[in-house]
Design a protein around this ligand. Structure first.
Ligand SMILES: *Cc1c(COP(=O)(O)O)cnc(C)c1O
Length: 387
């Protein structure tokens, strides 16, 4: 996949992740972009500025990570936040009471909680629908629908939504499309290129990649949207700190080697799980029998490294979680370490049981975030834990 950078140079995404926005510090030539740990900036004189005034408004290190995200997503503007939820909350602040938002019914539990427990009381309406089914989505649209918010693949059932189809439908009706691109990252999927208006990320996951930093990002093309987001960002102040901006910059440099290796491992593990007699079903976008395989292949250059699977006997869940040695039983995903999650009681506890049952987040479901360890070591660990 070849893209041109701002100077007309042909660069592939593997190169872009290493070099980022400015690539180095023009002041000093520092190859590792410096951490500008300053809250405020001296004015050269009255009505004069270096371009930086106060770090809630802008900070050089944050600006570098923001420009890097815009560059990778092929967007014009990016904004960095203290967490993925802070980024999603900023997007929700764009809407007004009486507006309606259609949301994937299978999505990150924290997003569901934010919508239902926080924004609903400000008069924003939400409908949850299987966004992999375009007719169901269309049936949900109302006069006051202002946006469609979806993940693809979804968390944790790995459903794939057709980004282009949804954005075309939405554009005709003046509805904004918002894509949570946390799972695939711009390495594999660029929703803005497919017509989306807003891309959002939990940078905590693959972008950071080391389970050490919380971060969130919004990327857009439209300048009016960018100005409204900038206003909320500087007014509310949930910005990414200089040090955390630097950690994410450092993480992004290895995004392609990490995620490609994680994906290779995931494919091996998915095949192993599939032939295991204790496993009922494997949900991995990279398996040709997966419902979303073809659409994902059309719109993304990879399958990612997230696998969910159900075991035939729910009693096995506790056994696995207690006996795993290498794989860690922990919330979160996207880091170099392989983690296993029990969505029903962890990431998706905020979702009512009725909804969970409908989408399939039940007591038999486990989710793996595959790391960069040796694939056979991961499989051996699963084998001994399930045995
Ligand atoms: C983790 C996650 C979020 C929330 O991000 P935080 O950085 O934890 O606030 C949102 N969406 C998805 C898909 C996630 O995995």
């Amino acid at each position: 996949m070849v893209v041109f950078d701002g100077n007309g140079r042909k660069l592939s995404i593997e190169t872009k992740v290493v070099h980022g926005g400015k690539y180095y510090d023009p002041q000093t030539g520092a190859v590792s972009f410096p951490i500008y740990q300053s809250a405020t900036f001296r004015h050269p004189g009255l009505n004069q500025t270096t371009g930086y005034d106060y770090s809630r408004l802008q900070n050089p290190t944050r600006e570098e990570v923001e420009n890097t995200l815009a560059y990778l997503e092929n967007g014009n503007f990016a904004f960095a936040f203290s967490s993925g939820m802070a980024a999603i909350s900023t997007i929700l602040s764009l809407f007004a009471p009486g507006q309606h938002i259609v949301v994937s019914d299978d999505l990150y539990g924290g997003t569901y909680r934010l919508f239902e427990e926080v924004y609903k009381k400000y008069g924003i309406e939400f409908s949850y629908v299987d966004t992999s089914k375009i007719e169901e989505l269309e049936n949900c649209l109302k006069e006051n629908t202002a946006a469609i918010f979806f993940e693809t693949p979804t968390n944790p059932m790995m459903k794939v939504a057709d980004i282009k189809l949804i954005t075309e439908l939405a554009k005709n009706l003046n509805i904004l499309t918002i894509v949570d691109n946390t799972f695939h990252t711009p390495l594999y999927q660029k929703p803005l290129d497919l017509g989306a208006d807003i891309v959002v990320h939990s940078g905590t996951k693959y972008l950071g990649g080391h389970n050490d930093t919380l971060a969130g990002f919004i990327v857009v093309n439209d300048i009016n949207l960018a100005e409204r987001i900038k206003l909320i960002q500087k007014s509310e102040g949930a910005v990414l700190s200089p040090f955390d901006s630097w950690l994410i910059l450092r993480g992004i440099k290895t995004l392609s080697v990490r995620l490609n290796k994680q994906q290779e491992n995931a494919l091996e593990i998915a095949h192993w799980l599939k032939q295991n007699e204790k496993v009922e079903k494997v949900y991995y976008v990279g398996l040709p029998e997966h419902d979303g395989y073809e659409i994902n292949k059309k719109q993304a250059s990879g399958f990612g490294a997230m696998i969910s699977f159900t075991v035939k006997d729910s009693a096995l869940v506790e056994r696995i979680l207690e006996r795993i040695e290498l794989i860690m039983f922990a919330e979160s995903l996207g880091g170099v370490e392989t983690l296993i999650t029990y969505p029903m009681i962890q990431t998706h506890a905020a979702i009512p049981k009725k909804v969970r049952d409908r989408i399939g987040v039940n007591e038999n479901l486990l989710r793996l975030s595959v790391g960069i360890e040796n694939d056979e070591d991961i499989i051996k660990d699963l084998e001994q834990a399930m045995g």
